[in-house]
Ligand binder design. Sequence first.
Ligand code: ADP
Ligand code: TRP
Length: 329
Amino acid sequence: METVVSGIRSTGNLHLGNYFGALSNFLKMQKENRCFFFIADYHALTTHPKPDDLHGNIKQVLAEYLACGIDPEIATVFIQSDVPEVIELYLLLNMNAYVGELQRTTSFKEKIRRHPDNINAGLLTYPVLMAADIIIHKASKVPVGKDQEQHLEMTRRFARRFNTMYGVDYFPEPDAYNFGKKLVKVPGLDGTGKMGKSEGNGIYLFDSPEEIRKKVMRAVTDSGPKTPGEKPSEPVKNLFTLMKIVSDPSTVKYFTEKYASCEIRYGDLKKQLAEDIIKVTSPIRERILEILSDNQYLSKVVARGAEKARESASKTIREVREIIGYRSF
Ligand code: ADP
Ligand code: TRP
């Protein structure tokens, strides 16, 4: 049995990248392992949300987790800010995290490039808080998408550094995890890189079928293959990548062959892709609506989750304090 931890920031509704990169893998692990799944609402503060938006997003993401099938009876589902122990570990780890290595993190450099007006210290130490989230439960597996690979590498480094510094074998070194072995990057349909909330190109679990059809039909393509064997352009490759994730292998085969023989009609491919996405999202959307209307259930879930997560986290904090040298007289 492994200990599994993963989280998603509460900065907006969940999209297909969150689902296929992180959630779907977590779902497969929850029965056989000791699982923690949380809403990273401290991490969400780096973008300075308004109080009502922060609260609304947390509630929405919680309902979405549950609607996807995370079972609070077997997994621990909680809100990061309900477990203040993580802040203590974050502070302790910060003492051994070097400014240089944090500045070199790809995600930090990307944030500086995109938002030069808001380079706050929380962004710089984002990977330290993430490491604390993971190692506070002594996790060994972390189901996340490809974009989180470097953060996991840093988590291992911080865990190792702590162990070496105090001459202990206390924190395990966790791995980023995907059932298909390779970490997934779900592409956006705007011809750019990954699908993301901040990229503004998300197809959301909560989108209505009409919205999904509209978004997919608008996807960027090209003028089509002219000679057999021609390599697809980036935007068309992205459509196929998404199709491989949501559609039946026979559907992928059909369109791959149509492409190869230059007979492909992108309109047909998009129509099929939209319907296959809707097949995944529409039962989830219905459950989200049901769960959102049951406040009592939601508050019971988070209270129980916080209790279980704090039990695990406070044990670690007690032991870490002892290792560091905070002892009672
Ligand atoms: P976003 O990137 O939309 O802001 P987060 O950064 O909160 O979302 O990501 C939460 C989880 O979803 C992480 O495990 C991340 O790797 C995964 N994820 C986000 N976008 C994608 C994507 N396009 N492909 C694969 N996984 C993704
Ligand atoms: N950093 C992750 C992201 O942006 C979210 C996150 C925070 C996380 N803490 C975590 C993911 C711990 C896995 C484990 O996607």
